[in-house]
Design a binder for this molecule. Structure first.
Ligand code: ATP
Length: 324
């Protein structure tokens, strides 16, 4: 029997999906400044890829190519860099890494692309440095990095509570056929929450958010049975009014998708990406064509969900090009 340890790889690639919040219910602001959320995450087949290559001890470098690459920071604020540093500190190692990110998820688009890069980096560096972090610890590190990072690790569909980091798997029958409309501009998540708070402060006290909103049973049942019509009718995003207030052109985008036959139309997370649920691939293409003709939309993609969470990519199947 061969008991020799396999050679440590010089380079490891991992990929992680973007998400749509099919339910995003925002509760009261907590004493720590975060809002209590009840959200239903759905991972979709739009993935960023991170390749981690061994580098000099203590060093973390990052390069970025692909969609919106020029808008991604390449300093210590990059979420992938923060993920590598956190894992290094957790294990008390000085291992070095050069990260190469291929972006497909729009930047500051409400699809948690930075979180996907952080999740992929945790997995890639863990394999590269052979640090063998148990899944529960990886989850804890992920939630330190950001509210959406644990879901990027998990994928498929999940109920998120707390600030979105307390996850429970949800059964879902797919594929669900989505159309994504990327906007020309970005929306910063903190600005959207601030606008949400401003709009709510104008309401009477009894119409203000509950401490922890409930999950919608009709929406959970629709996911479980793969009933796209019922899911389309149940889509809800409490941040949508704030996103529309900051970015009024999104209202026209939502109308165009609905008029072209979408079963449901929603701003994804804090926006400005809009997501449209359709019956099948043909309907998705028809909605995509209608949206592509709108000047408010920068680019349109059709994607299926649910999608697998962050995972390592075996060397043989790695993409050879950064083009999207
Ligand atoms: P959120 O998860 O806050 O809803 P989002 O999905 O709207 O965010 P992201 O693409 O994750 O948007 O980026 C939010 C901001 O994070 C960007 O404006 C960018 O400056 C910064 N950022 C840091 N690291 C990354 C990364 N690896 N990819 C994209 N953006 C990053």
């Amino acid at each position: 029997m061969n008991t020799a340890t396999p050679p440590t790889p010089r380079s490891v690639t991992a990929t992680a999906p973007g998400k749509i919040n099919v339910q995003l219910s925002v509760g009261a602001r907590r004493p720590d400044g975060y809002h209590a959320l009840t959200t239903v995450f759905l991972a979709v087949a739009l993935h960023d890829t991170v390749t981690a290559t061994l580098a000099a001890p203590g060093r973390t470098a990052v390069t970025v190519i692909g969609t919106d690459a020029q808008r991604v920071p390449t300093d210590a604020t990059n979420l992938a860099v923060r993920a590598a540093q956190l894992l290094r500190e957790h294990h008390g190692t000085d291992a070095g890494v050069a990260l190469h990110i291929t972006k497909r998820i729009p930047v500051a688009g409400g699809m948690a692309g930075g979180s996907a890069d952080a999740a992929a980096t945790l997995l890639a560096c863990d394999a590269l440095w052979n640090t063998r972090t148990p899944p529960a610890q990886l989850h804890a590190l992920a939630s330190e990095l950001g509210s959406d990072v644990p879901f990027a690790l998990l994928g498929h569909a999940a109920l998120g509570q707390g600030r979105g980091e307390i996850l429970a798997d949800l059964p879902v029958i797919g594929p669900l056929h989505w159309v994504l409309a990327f906007a020309h501009s970005e929306l910063a998540t903190p600005a959207v929450y601030a606008e949400h708070d401003r709009l709510h402060a104008l309401r009477p006290t009894d119409a203000r958010p509950r401490p922890q909103p409930p999950a919608d049973p009709a929406l959970l049942a629709a996911l479980k049975t793969g009933d796209a019509t019922a899911l389309g009718a149940a889509l809800v995003n409490d941040l949508q009014t704030a996103a529309l207030s900051l970015h009024p052109a999104l209202a026209a985008t939502l109308r165009i998708g609905a008029a072209a036959g979408a079963l449901g139309s929603i701003v994804s997370g804090s926006g400005p990406t809009c997501a449209f649920l359709t019956t099948d691939t043909r309907a998705a293409q028809s909605v995509a064509r209608a949206l592509a003709a709108s000047r408010a939309v920068r680019r349109v993609r059709t994607v299926d969900g649910p999608a697998q969470g962050a995972h390592l990519v075996p060397p043989r199947t790695r993409p050879t090009s950064g083009r999207t």
